[in-house]
Design a binder for this molecule. Sequence first.
Ligand code: GDP
Length: 197
Amino acid sequence: MSARPLQIRFVSSASRTHQLPESDREVAFVGRSNVGKSSLINALANQRQLARVSNTPGRTQLINLFEHVGGGTIVDLPGYGYAKVPGHVRKDWGAMIEGYLLEREELEMVFVLVDGPIGPTPLDQQMLDWLRDNEVPHTVVATKMDKVKSAKRRTRKSELAAGCMLETGDIVWVSSAKNVNIDQLRGLVLGHLSGTS
Ligand code: GDP
């Protein structure tokens, strides 16, 4: 495991897969809006403003690429299920995310973020079903662990895992706010980016 922050910097945004620059190895982060994706990417890099936290759709509608200094790319996919956008925009997002996940050959692992206190939502379950059906390698990360009271943690972990059709131990529980298991996730990300996992 690496205790050091991931050294990553923002490279570019794209609205279509074919606009993305080449990379050697890639990991992607996906999840519904407000799941804590920007906070998690910032925590992994130990930077406050790398990915934008809690903004209205803008940069979040795009595929954002971050270059890892030691090699490889971290991809921040647009959050799904943003309630305030019209249906056709949501459809375009879906097409863009699907296009990326199916076509990107460099993609080693998709980290699917699920809200720890409330997940998985039906949209998360749809995403997981779709990833399984299409055999896209993925790992579920449960966010905001600090918001689950310690007395309820065991039950919540089992519920969330069952909702994802996984075992409790398959899921990485993190808190960006309290820096819980961020190191463990960094280790996983680095393993995929370096090809050692
Ligand atoms: P995104 O839309 O998925 O990029 O989510 P954000 O990173 O913008 O986070 C959404 C909201 O959840 C913000 O108000 C964050 O401060 C909050 N949040 C994110 N991560 C955590 C966490 O680990 N613990 C707590 N308590 N709140 C968090």
